[in-house]
Design a protein around this ligand. Structure first.
Ligand SMILES: Nc1nc2c(c(=O)[nH]1)N[C@H]1C(S)=C(S)[C@@H](COP(=O)(O)O)O[C@H]1N2
Ligand SMILES: [Mo]
Length: 410
């Protein structure tokens, strides 16, 4: 179903759909007939069901059903640089997210340390000046499944990332309508998913005022020219280009300007990683500080072949993939056949915007028959390159090292 953004229409999860009916553990009943995929985790725990039972979603790898942790099969990233909405991964902290939204009744509050508190309807937002830009939404835990030794947390393979063309109102516009009062310190965002229990903190994140007013942070109601799927935050989400998806609050209904620091759990305690080079420590290491995860780091992947594939010997192998620069564009993508001692440049595809995926391709001559390790590395326009050494931290956050696949030429 294609819905235009202008005629924004009611969204509800079908009664009895897997999302509502399924118990917390993989429900064999529901998924018994569905295919199983092997995600090849080094720490085991590799098999997952694939299900098409989730509203507005195609076939998704199911890590958890309540609340949803869903990601697409990795092959879909080979199809193009924009991730189809029905293949865009899904992650929620709490099951309290709305299962039905009437956009005619939905409102966004702008309150706190402002001259004029606002209650904005979707109709109001659709009439405001808008921008569109491509940006990658990536979960802080993307690729956690490949941490070695394994770590606790959502066991994402490489698919909790997606690139979309986002359309919405620059946050700056709405903040200026409300008028931020002098002395304001930070802006905090929350969505319609309330705290599930009295002692459980509501999911909230905050941004500095300058960042919130940079003209790119947006209140997005459009995703690849359509309205947002309910599971991705219909009818409105915050888009923070270049920053980790944790900040991209879904079903956004509350913006609060604070005149003091944000001391809420998710800002002060949650989503932090070691404040050391490459945010990488050794298992068991102690004595380092933690720092909040903010910007994305460069990453690159082969998408047309996978680890273990056989290729024909005696002629160059066509390789293709995607890369992103993090909080700036992709400067180059390179390939190595010798574990990173020497690199050769791949050809970059069309630039659809500095925060989005960029296609790369290469015809790579493999030196003879047998097994070859092919590594791919992205360097962004700030000169930051993916590290060769595997990144690791106990929370399984922000893996961004060079990825390597083995190909056998015969
Ligand atoms: N309201 C709300 N927004 C949220 C979250 C949430 O739990 N509630 N999770 C965040 C996290 S950690 C991620 S990775 C992304 C996932 O967005 P998606 O489901 O559209 O892929 O939403 C972010 N925004
Ligand atoms: Mo996330």
């Amino acid at each position: 179903m294609r819905d235009s953004i202008e005629g924004i229409s009611r969204r509800r999860l079908m009664a009895g759909a897997a999302i509502l009916a399924a118990p917390a553990i993989l429900p064999r009943r529901v998924f018994a007939d569905e295919p199983v995929v092997d995600l090849h985790s080094p720490s085991g725990n590799s098999l997952r069901h694939i299900s098409s039972a989730f509203p507005e979603k195609g076939p998704m790898i199911v890590h958890r059903t309540r609340p949803n942790w869903l990601e697409p099969r990795f092959e879909i990233f080979d199809k193009g640089v924009f991730t189809p909405n029905n293949q865009h991964y899904v992650s929620w902290h709490y099951q309290t997210f709305p299962t039905e939204v009437d956009p005619d009744k939905f409102t966004l509050a702008v309150r706190g340390h402002v001259e004029k508190p606002l209650t904005i309807s979707m109709k109001d937002l659709l009439a405001m000046p808008r921008i569109s830009l491509a940006a990658v939404s990536q979960c802080a835990g993307n690729s956690r499944l490949y941490f070695e030794p394994g770590v606790a947390g959502a066991p994402w393979a490489n698919g909790s990332m997606a690139n979309a063309l986002w359309t919405g109102v620059p946050l700056r516009h709405v903040l200026d309508l409300a008028g931020i009062k002098p002395g304001a310190q930070v802006i905090r965002f929350a969505g319609a998913d309330e705290s599930p229990a009295e002692d459980t903190p509501r999911f909230m994140k905050s941004l500095s005022i300058d960042h919130a007013r940079d003209g790119e942070v947006m209140l997005a109601f459009g995703m690849n020219g359509e309205q947002l799927p309910l599971l991705n935050g219909f009818p409105l989400r915050l888009v923070v280009p270049g920053w980790v998806a944790t900040y991209w609050i879904k079903a956004l209904n509350d913006i609060e300007v604070l005149d003091q620091p944000d001391t809420n759990y998710w800002t002060v305690k949650g989503y932090r990683f070691p404040d050391v080079p490459d945010h990488t420590v050794a298992p068991g290491q102690t004595g380092y500080n933690l720092v909040s995860i903010t910007k994305l780091f460069p990453r690159s992947f082969v998408t047309n072949l996978k680890d273990g594939d056989k290729v024909a010997s005696g002629k160059p192998v066509y390789l293709r993939g995607i890369a992103f620069g993090g909080d700036c564009g992709v400067a180059k993508v390179e390939l190595s056949l010798d574990g990173g001692q020497s690199w050769q440049a791949a050809k970059l595809g069309k630039d659809e915007g500095k925060y989005g995926f960029r296609r790369w391709e290469s015809n790579l001559a493999l030196p003879g028959t047998g097994a070859h390790a092919v590594s791919v590395r992205c360097t962004n326009s700030k000169g930051e390159a993916q590290p060769l050494k595997t990144t690791w931290n106990p929370q399984g956050y922000m893996r961004f090292n060079v990825e390597t696949i083995k190909l056998t030429a015969a």
